[in-house]
Unconditional design. Structure first.
Length: 50
């Protein structure tokens, strides 16, 4: 996963996920944000290290 194209693609995926989180926060303000943040971190870690 060290080639530039893979890293750029991973950055795009992470950006899209983060932007989606902002939309979800608006649409569902009652969501458990700390839990969502922990799960988001787990997903990012798995994508980067996995």
């Amino acid at each position: 996963m060290n080639d530039a194209a893979t890293i750029a693609t991973l950055a795009e995926v992470i950006a899209a996920m983060f932007e989606g989180l902002m939309v979800r926060a608006i649409r569902n303000p009652a969501a458990d944000r700390p839990l969502i943040a922990r799960k988001f971190q787990q997903l990012i870690r798995a994508m980067v290290l996995g």
